[in-house]
Design a protein around this ligand. Sequence first.
Ligand SMILES: Cc1cc2nc3c(=O)[nH]c(=O)nc-3n(C[C@H](O)[C@H](O)[C@H](O)COP(=O)(O)O)c2cc1C
Length: 167
Amino acid sequence: MDTLKWIDETTAQLPEGAFLMVKGNPMTIGWGQFGILWRTLCATVYVRHSRYTHELLEDCDTFTISVPDPGAMKQELAFCGTKSGRDFDKCKEINRSLVPAVYGAQDGLEGCRYQIECKILHRSELDISLLEDPAIIDRHYRSGDTHTMYIGQVLGVTEFSSCKKSH
Ligand SMILES: Cc1cc2nc3c(=O)[nH]c(=O)nc-3n(C[C@H](O)[C@H](O)[C@H](O)COP(=O)(O)O)c2cc1C
């Protein structure tokens, strides 16, 4: 698996959305980074306190990011980015099954290009009092609904193309 390729393609897709998978609940995410920390390849995601996913992560030590092909799964991303798993079985609503985890993290979502499986190494609150640009608080945190940051070790990535898996 070409690490730079999946990081590059995932980073390009994030503004359109990817699915953060926790306990079978897909939540659309647009924020995230990949890089080296503690000599380990890590993925970082940010989840607001109000999300059902936040609740699910409270007693979970892994997450998985399922990344669609460019331009694909727009309706699914919109649904999973506006509806909560508290109110819907989102997989059922978007008519997608789960793809079993390959590296022991969370199951991914059917129909995506990459399945990035991560083990949480660190979780912390994003302290908005430390933000140096007040415009960011104004733009993103007026409601007070702040983010928890989850740094996960990348356990492994599976690429799916026409149902073919490569590691
Ligand atoms: C394109 C897009 C990107 C999003 N990115 C994030 C994100 O990075 N973090 C977050 O907490 N919510 C993000 N959201 C909002 C959640 O996906 C949305 O509130 C979702 O309904 C929460 O689902 P849940 O309650 O099942 O966890 C995003 C929504 C969209 C449409």
